[in-house]
Ligand binder design. Structure first.
Ligand code: FES
Length: 77
């Protein structure tokens, strides 16, 4: 599984900086670090729908440090 988080300036400043930390924390807590490649990405060109996160080939919009946990739960369990 690949999680790509947008580190473009718009998404980053609107919350992906915190979301990244939340994902790292979640993966560590659930011992999933070995199963996931977590990558930072340049702007996806979807800033108006951001903050953006991609899990495998699926783009997720308006992610934040609160709803990311629900999204990860759905993804893994
Ligand atoms: S900065 Fe994230 S889509 Fe543009």
């Amino acid at each position: 599984m690949v999680i790509q988080i947008c580190m473009g300036s718009s998404c980053f400043s609107r919350g992906n900086n915190k979301t990244l930390k939340a994902i790292q924390h979640y993966l560590k807590e659930h011992h999933l670090e070995g199963e996931v490649v977590l990558k930072g990405n340049h702007c996806f060109g979807e800033c108006s729908r951001g903050p953006i996160l991609k899990i495998n080939d699926t783009l997720h919009e308006q992610v934040n440090s609160a709803n990311i946990v629900e999204l990860l739960e759905k993804t893994f369990y």
